[in-house]
Design a protein around this ligand. Structure first.
Ligand code: ANZ
Ligand code: ZN
Length: 811
């Protein structure tokens, strides 16, 4: 059996540790390269195959870059606050701090056993006061800049998690964590003003080397749309309301207007005659979720208010309705309805018998495309953008409208009514109002002894020692904010802390961070597209505008690894019993086999189903490499021959060797690990074949093995380090430069040979010089001319005289 296993892993991990080989020092030679993997949540279920698929291959990439001259910084840490630990505590009574610390300890052990080049000296743990002190500091800077504010608003409430959620944490109307249906609650909460950065967040996406799909998701989430706000005055009243429309070219076709049920104007507009109907409708609407209300298939409903509005463009009187397909949270919470050219309005008008009037030329109604304006007075004949501009200009001249840009993006709600998070550093004083905690008093420490059974109230509010304090401004008794920060706030800036994680004076040193960031390569799951990845961009931009850093994008290049599924092809989950726990495999095969299998068995960005057969065959490959290298060593030590010539066999070996170098250089750069390993396998075959040659060129053999081990090193770091030692090279292979290829070796030379049948020359062909005897025979038999001549004959034997001729004896 093999020599490779966890004993070899341990041996080299110890040596790497002792020699501090991966310690990052800015002054090391090479360009700094910040390689970052999304840090993990310290869960009790430990490291799973998915973590490995994120961290293992990326470490291979980082090692590959290191060997190509980069000075790599690859930190690791833990996103340690959050609900799972708290829910676990509620179930078991084990305090979140204790369970989190225990989980971190065991996960760290597992991560170390992976043998990645993590810069552990830069580790951060977000639930430690020396980290969250600075999370609170970031919050205070945002507050000072007016980017953190408190307001009462209808917010998303998860009844099972017992806390509010950000919009980004609501997926199809359900909690992103627990899938319970989210309800609306009116609460006073803290928000971060991400909307101030909507334009930049959108525009700068173009410059990022990120997956297109992720950029598209952010773009959609930001949802910028350009249109027009038009003012509709209410007939016989001083009231007026604005509507937001992206199709102001259809303004002449408005036959009614609709307000969202929550629009405060509804009560003022509704005439006595319609009061009870409208009231009833409003109550019903409250029970519907926003998702339901937006559903295309759901029947559109509404009620008339009894009031009328005036179309600003033609003075026409149109009825005002209330309808729940209009959302209070978008645009102005009111729309102008054009049933001839909008599907929803068409359905609504048909149902309630409201007029439908065409104002755009084109197909059957509802006709929703752009086209020439008709029945639109002076604007007839205008089309599309031009039409939109002309009508908007006219409204502007009458002071009844203007161009308007709207966003789907909403400010980020960061208050959480939970215990296990960073306390919001704010004090409420009856006299002075909302007072930020002075920076010198940070951190506001999270107390240990707190009753955290969830009942919808913030657990910290039940701790008098925590809540009761004095106002930093007037000294009067005051109360601390009892909500904690969304854990996404902790992770929105962690990449800024890593390089300067021990700084006790500041969150980070500006100069140092400006030298080290942005992160050159960020790798993690795609599920964070509209949460972490958006928040991190926002916080980076905000800190830039405050002068703390000089760059606006945190992650220059982003890759999402694929998902490793269970052997049954389904998503791994404990309940399905299809999870793959790395530990057993690693103790059986060693960390490198596990890592190599992940890289060879799957396309990195696609992932796929786990296979036990696959990892076993990777184990056999490593065994084979082990045997081949060992026999090479024997061969080299023998040193009996003094062959220095380069014949066909050497040329063939050289070809494979240089071709492997070239392909691996190209493919590893692109994280196409599977093809890299396929090249290593080819190289192994070529070495094995060459070892069968009777007369070997030992210096070529030696060069080839040296190159082979270097090529293998990023993919199987412990194993390669061991082989490097076995072939007598000085520690460490990771201080070596990656091999470069010789383009000349990739040109296969050709020679002309003659083909005879029964001793008479019948044809001539060009063949590469490095063909084997069998390949030469095949080449001869494939010759068209020869095939014709042999049609009715039987071949008795074929004689090959290498480099000269093939003689086919046939009857
Ligand atoms: C009149 C009109 C005519 C419209 C037409 C469309 C087609 P986006 O692209 O998402 O910005 N709208 C505006 N505010 C709304 C709200 N609060 N709730 C529901 N719908 C609302 O969509 C803008 C369009 O969505 C607006 O343009 C408005 O309908 C509707 F032939 O105005 B339009
Ligand atoms: Zn929930």
């Amino acid at each position: 059996m093999t020599n490779y296993g966890t004993n070899i892993d341990a041996k080299w991990q110890k040596k790497w540790e002792e020699t501090g080989i991966y310690k990052f020092d800015e002054n090391n030679p090479g360009k700094n390269l910040y390689v970052l993997e999304m840090f993990s949540y310290p869960s009790a279920s430990k490291l799973h195959a998915g973590h490995w698929f994120n961290y293992g291959p990326v470490d291979t990439w980082a090692r590959f870059k290191r060997m190509n001259g980069y000075n790599v910084f690859q930190p690791m840490g833990f996103d340690a606050f959050g609900l799972p630990a708290e829910n676990f505590a509620i179930k078991t009574g084990i305090h979140p701090k204790d369970s989190t610390e225990k989980n971190i300890e065991s996960m760290e052990k597992q991560l170390r056993a992976m043998g990645a080049m993590f810069n552990w000296e830069n580790e951060i743990i977000t639930c430690n006061p020396d980290y969250y002190k600075w999370t609170q500091w970031v919050f205070l800077q945002l507050y000072k800049k007016g980017l953190a504010y408190r307001k009462n608003a209808p917010v998303n409430w998860c009844p099972s998690c017992n806390t509010v959620l950000a919009n980004e944490q609501v997926l199809d109307g359900c909690c992103e964590r627990c899938s319970s249906e989210v309800i609306k609650k009116d609460l006073t909460q803290w928000f971060l003003k991400i909307t101030d950065y909507a334009d930049e967040l959108l525009e700068k996406l173009d410059e990022l080397d990120w997956p297109e799909q992720t950029k598209a998701m952010q773009k959609h989430w930001i949802g910028r749309s350009t249109g027009t706000d038009a003012i509709f005055k209410v007939v016989d009243s001083d009231l007026e309301f604005e509507v937001f429309t992206t199709r102001v070219d259809t303004l002449f076709g408005v036959t009614y207007a609709v307000l969202a049920p929550e629009n405060p104007l509804v009560d003022k507009l509704t005439t006595d005659e319609y009061k009870s109907q409208v009231e009833e409708y409003k109550n019903q609407a409250k029970k519907q979720s926003e998702i339901e209300r937006q559903s295309i298939t759901r029947e559109k409903t509404g009620v008339f208010t009894g009031s009328y509005a005036i179309n600003p463009i033609n003075g026409r009187k149109v009825p005002i309705w209330v309808g729940d397909y209009v959302l209070s949270t978008y645009g102005t919470g009111a729309v102008m309805a054009v049933p001839a050219h909008d599907e929803r309005d068409f359905a609504f008008a048909t149902k309630y018998n409201l007029p439908i009037e065409r104002v755009i030329e084109g197909g059957e109604l509802p006709f929703t495309e752009y086209g020439k304006m008709v029945n639109s007075g002076e604007f007839n004949g205008l089309e599309g953008e031009e039409a939109r501009k002309a009508v908007t200009k006219k409204l502007e001249s009458m002071k009844l409208g203007s161009e308007k840009v709207n966003y789907r993006l909403r400010d980020w709600l960061v208050s959480r009514q939970r215990y296990w998070g960073a306390p919001i550093p704010i004090i409420h004083c009856e006299k002075c109002g909302t007072v930020p905690v002075p920076e010198k008093d940070l951190p506001v420490e999270l107390p240990y002894d707190v009753e955290f059974t969830p009942d919808g109230k913030s657990p910290l509010s039940k701790s008098p020692e925590f809540v009761n304090t004095t106002c930093p401004v007037c000294g009067a008794p005051a109360k601390r904010e009892a909500d904690t920060l969304d854990t996404f706030v902790c992770s929105s800036w962690y990449f800024l802390r890593y390089p300067d994680n021990n700084n006790s004076e500041k969150a980070f040193d500006t100069d140092k961070i400006n030298r080290m960031l942005p992160v050159d390569k960020y790798v993690g799951g795609p599920e964070h597209a509209c949460m972490h990845l958006l928040y991190a961009r926002f916080i980076t931009k905000a800190l830039r505008d405050m002068g703390y850093i000089n760059f606006g994008e945190p992650f220059t290049s982003l890759t999402h690894q694929g998902l490793i599924l269970g052997p049954d092809g389904l998503k791994m989950s404990k309940s399905k019993g299809n999870t793959i726990s790395p530990d057993d495999y690693i103790s059986e095969f060693g960390a490198d086999v596990f890592r190599m299998y992940l890289m060879f068995g799957f396309d990195y960005t696609e992932g796929g189903a786990w296979s036990d057969e696959g990892i076993k065959s990777m184990g056999r490959f490593i065994d084979r490499v082990d045997r081949i290298i060992n026999s090479c060593v024997e061969e080299l030590n023998k040193d009996t021959n003094d062959k220095t010539s380069i014949d066909a066999a050497e040329k063939e070996l050289n070809y494979v060797r240089h071709n492997s170098i070239k392909s691996i250089l190209e493919d590893a750069e692109k994280m196409q690990f599977n093809t890299c390993i396929a090249r290593l396998m080819e190289f192994t075959n070529a070495l094995s074949k060459y070892l069968n040659e009777e007369n070997k060129n030992t210096s070529i053999l030696k060069e080839s093995i040296v190159d082979f081990v270097k090529l293998l090193a990023p993919f199987a770091p412990h194993f390669a380090e061991e082989q490097w030692e076995i072939i007598g090279m000085p520690y460490s292979v990771f201080n070596e430069k990656f091999p470069v290829f010789n383009p000349k070796a990739l040109i296969k030379e050709e020679i002309e040979i003659a083909i005879q049948i029964n001793g008479k020359i019948k044809s001539r062909i060009e063949i590469p010089t490095n063909l084997t005897e069998k390949e030469i025979k095949n080449a001869a038999l494939e010759d068209f001319h020869i095939q014709e001549l042999l049609k009715d004959k039987t071949i008795i034997k074929i004689i090959v005289i290498k480099g000269r001729l093939v003689n086919i004896v046939a009857k």
